[in-house]
Design a protein around this ligand. Structure first.
Ligand SMILES: Cc1cc2nc3c(=O)[nH]c(=O)nc-3n(C[C@H](O)[C@H](O)[C@H](O)COP(=O)(O)OP(=O)(O)OC[C@H]3O[C@@H](n4cnc5c(N)ncnc54)[C@H](O)[C@@H]3O)c2cc1C
Ligand code: HEM
Length: 412
């Protein structure tokens, strides 16, 4: 517990920290990578480059400072962080490294305003948050180890099959190299692939499990990330997986993690709506297949947005979902249909998801919504749901990267 004095000091400096939070986190990462380069390999450098990681950490610090006397309300945010940390193998002994550089960054950005008293209070507050994260991560690691077939850290898997799902998405079917069992996992969770890339050592990436649990393999489905501007490099690991990794190769895999999940022990009598943009279909497909396998009568709506038939993945699996569930409805939207798509009428709707589609096609008044896709898609879907007064407790989403403040995204 923090003393009233510490709580008071933290509350007092919250507006200053909030106004400078992204500067603080930028300075923090610079200091940490220079002072403790051994932790750099845990971090995705493109998330540093895009500023996404700095924003996510800044958001977390601001949320923590503003709720310093109401830590209960931070439980979902802490769960997301702890799951992410466990997917990457973060350890308690690394917390003092982060604490030291975070304090130094706050001191540098606040300048003379950062008195010893303020720094002591921030240090104490950091320690409390660190203790909460460390404890939750200790539990998650223990839960992972306790599962039949479970493990901590990385386990070698063999690529048993590589299957093209579209022009840009390839599925990898992975089996443990030790032939041991796979642990149970919850639909929506992701694993971590760690590759010793020739140019960038040990660059871990998360990939959602795209099939349903209970198979004798893990399946991930990876989109090839192209270079977005002439001077930008193409995606490091996705291209490596597509071009270099072949059937029979070994990959190091971290155990299933993540809190964007569908609870299958609930009886889903109210409709569940899945809205998928591009490769964001992967966790949602896993959830939808698992739901229909365990509750075939569940009312389920699956909207899949893709550019056109060339990038449209999992058409057959979505059709099977419909065949297996009497109450499954699907909708395919293309925003750049090819001429042949138009001729063959192989999609249902032209354009991008908008309020009219959600209002007319989904039972938005009582449905639970799950969505995932690129940032503009997330932004758009969230603002449509918001305009339709869908309450936030019925809205569930995942970013394929550091979490963004979706409300400010939607309002931007
Ligand atoms: C929970 C979770 C689940 C995920 N699930 C999936 C999934 O199921 N399928 C999937 O395909 N992906 C998924 N991802 C995304 C995945 O983890 C990777 O981020 C993705 O594959 C890109 O990695 P990369 O190494 O190929 O690209 P990176 O090298 O990380 O680059 C990403 C983008 O940034 C650009 N970039 C990189 N460096 C620079 C620079 N210096 N200047 C300008 N631009 C730059 C690249 O051009 C590229 O477009 C998931 C992510 C998360 C967090
Ligand atoms: C109390 C202390 C900490 C807080 C509040 C914190 C917060 C966060 C947040 C908000 C994210 C982004 C989650 C997401 O949206 O994906 C994150 C990711 C991450 N954290 Fe922490 N963290 C802390 C400690 C640590 C420590 C000690 C390490 C170890 C070096 C660490 C390493 C990482 C890594 C590697 C990522 C993923 C970054 C990426 O995507 O490149 N964190 N953390």
């Amino acid at each position: 517990m923090l003393s009233d004095k510490t709580i008071g000091i933290v509350k007092n400096i919250t507006p200053v920290v909030a106004a400078n939070a992204e500067t603080v986190t930028r300075v923090f990462y610079q200091k940490m990578f220079a002072g403790n380069p051994e932790v750099k390999a845990f971090f995705n450098q493109s998330h540093q480059h895009s500023g996404g990681q700095q924003k996510a950490l800044a958001g977390a610090i601001c949320a923590y400072f503003s709720h310093i006397d109401d830590l209960e309300s931070l439980t979902p945010a802490i769960e997301l962080i702890a799951q992410k940390h466990c997917s990457l193998g973060i350890q308690p002994e690394q917390y003092p490294i982060v604490g030291k550089h975070l304090l130094a960054a706050i001191q540098e950005v606040m300048g003379e305003a950062a008195t010893d008293e303020i720094l002591a209070a921030v240090g104490e507050a950091y320690q409390l948050l660190a203790d909460v994260c460390i404890e939750r991560e200790r539990q998650i690691y223990a839960e992972q180890r306790a599962l039949t077939g479970g493990w901590n850290g990385y386990r070698p898997f063999i690529v048993e099959r590589k299957e093209s799902e579209s022009n840009v998405i390839t599925s990898f079917y992975l089996k443990p190299a030790d032939n041991g069992p796979l642990p149970s996992w919850i639909p929506g969770q992701y694993i971590t692939v760690r590759i010793d890339h020739p140019t960038t050592p040990t660059s871990p990436r998360n990939y959602s499990l795209s099939d349903q649990p209970g198979q004798n393999y893990f399946r991930i489905s990876v989109k090839r990330e192209v270079s977005l501007t002439p001077d930008a490099p193409a995606g490091l690991i996705s291209n490596y997986l597509h071009d270099v990794v072949q059937v029979g190769d070994t990959l190091e895999i971290g155990p299933p993690c993540g809190e964007f999940t569908l609870n299958l022990s609930d009886q889903h009598e109210t409709p569940v709506v899945f809205l998928a943009g591009g490769v964001g279909v992967t966790p949602l497909l896993s959830m939808a297949k698992s739901l229909i396998a365990s509750q075939p009568e569940a009312p389920l709506y699956f909207l899949q947005a893709a550019r056109n038939s060339q990038t449209h993945a999992f058409r057959k699996e979505l059709q099977e979902l419909k065949d297996n569930g009497p109450n499954v409805r699907t909708l395919t939207m293309y925003d750049c249909p090819l001429e042949e798509d138009v001729e063959r009428e192989n999609y249902d709707s032209n354009g991008v998801v908008d309020e009219t589609i959600i209002r007319d096609w989904t039972p938005f008044e009582n449905a639970e919504f799950y969505f995932c896709g690129p940032k503009p898609f997330m932004q758009n879907v969230y603002s449509c749901l918001h305009s339709l007064n869908v309450s936030t407790d019925r809205i569930h989403f995942e970013f394929f990267g550091p979490r963004q403040d979706i409300e400010s995204l939607a309002n931007s």
